[in-house]
Design a protein around this ligand. Structure first.
Ligand SMILES: [Zn+2]
Length: 266
C-alpha cells in the first residue's frame, strides 16, 4: 500500500515537474513530439474533472452536487479525495516547525445561508438603505451556492499564533510557507491580492483550494488565478469588478472557540 502510494506520489511529482519545466524535458520520449503549449489546453478542457470545479459569484455549486466527506481530527470536514494531500501538506508544514490550523473547511448550504443571513441582518441594522442591503452583505459573505466551501475542496488555514482572518495573516511564517509550497500538494492560494477583479473576491491570504498537483503547479508557475487557468475570465469588466473592494467575502474575523492544537487540525 505504501509502495503504491509512493509510486502515485512519484507520478504526481513527475507531472508537476513536467508542468514546471517542459522545455527541460524535451528529450523525454513521450513529450518530445508534443509542444508544451499544447499540453496545457488539454488539461483545461477536461470540464468533468472534479478538481477543477469552478464556483464563484457567477458559477454556483451544481444542482445536486454530492461529495463524500472525510472528517479531520478537529471535527471539520473536507472532500475525502483531498484528505491525503491535505494531510501531507500540514504534516510537512509542521515538520518545518510551524503550526497551521484549519479553521474552516466544508460548509453545508444551511451553514452558508446562516452566515449570509447573519451578515444581511448586521448590514440592515447598520442603516444601509434596504435596496442595497443584500449587495452590501454579499461583498463580505458569499451568497449561498457561490461559496467554494460548499464543495469540500476549499479550506481556511491560519497560524496558531495569529488566528484572525485579515491581511496580516500573510505575514505569518505559516502563510509564507503555504504560499510557497501548497502547490506541491495540489493546493492554490485561491484569491490573490491582484486578482480580485477576476475572482470577484477580495484578497484572502488564508483560503486554499485543491485543484490537483498538475494544475496547481501550472497555476503557481504562471501566476494566474483559477478563472484564468480555466479560460473563464471572460465576463465584462463592469460585472467582474465589485462596486467596492471586498476584503473578505465570507465570514469576518473568526477565532475558533478554543485553541486547536496543531496536531489536531488534520
Ligand atoms: Zn475560505
Amino acid at each position: 500500500m505504501n509502495i503504491q502510494k509512493n509510486l502515485m506520489r512519484c507520478g504526481a511529482l513527475l507531472a508537476a515537474v513536467l508542468a514546471l519545466a517542459p522545455s527541460a524535458l524535451a528529450a523525454d520520449a513521450e513529450t518530445a513530439s508534443v509542444p508544451a503549449v499544447q499540453l496545457i489546453p488539454a488539461v483545461r478542457t477536461v470540464q468533468t474533472d472534479w478538481r477543477l470545479l469552478l464556483v464563484n459569484p457567477w458559477n454556483t455549486v451544481p444542482e445536486g452536487y454530492e461529495i463524500q466527506l472525510a472528517t479531520l481530527s478537529n471535527g471539520l470536514q473536507v472532500d475525502e479525495r483531498i484528505y491525503d494531500d491535505l494531510d501531507d501538506m500540514l504534516t510537512d508544514c509542521r515538520e518545518a516547525g510551524l503550526s497551521p490550523i484549519v479553521c474552516s473547511a466544508y460548509r453545508t448550504e444551511a451553514t452558508q445561508t446562516r452566515l449570509y443571513r447573519n451578515k444581511v441582518a448586521r448590514v440592515r441594522a447598520s442603516g444601509v438603505p434596504e435596496d442595497q442591503v443584500e449587495a452590501e452583505a454579499a461583498r463580505w459573505v458569499a451568497k449561498p451556492g457561490t461559496s467554494e466551501h460548499q464543495t469540500g475542496l476549499a479550506l481556511d488555514i491560519v497560524a496558531a499564533s495569529y488566528q484572525i482572518l485579515d491581511e496580516k495573516q500573510e505575514d505569518t511564517a505559516e502563510q509564507k510557507w503555504l504560499m510557497e509550497n501548497s502547490w506541491k500538494y495540489g493546493f492554490i492560494l485561491r484569491y490573490p491580492s491582484e486578482k480580485s477583479d477576476i475572482t470577484g473576491i477580495g484578497y484572502e491570504p488564508w483560503h486554499y483550494r485543491y485543484v490537483g498537483k498538475a494544475a496547481a503547479a501550472e497555476i503557481y508557475r504562471t501566476g494566474v488565478c483559477l478563472e484564468e487557468y480555466l479560460g473563464r475570465a471572460v465576463l465584462p469588466a463592469a460585472e467582474l469588478t465589485p462596486a467596492r473592494p471586498a476584503r473578505a467575502a465570507e465570514a469576518p474575523a473568526v477565532r475558533p472557540l478554543e485553541p486547536v492544537s496543531s496536531a489536531a487540525s488534520v
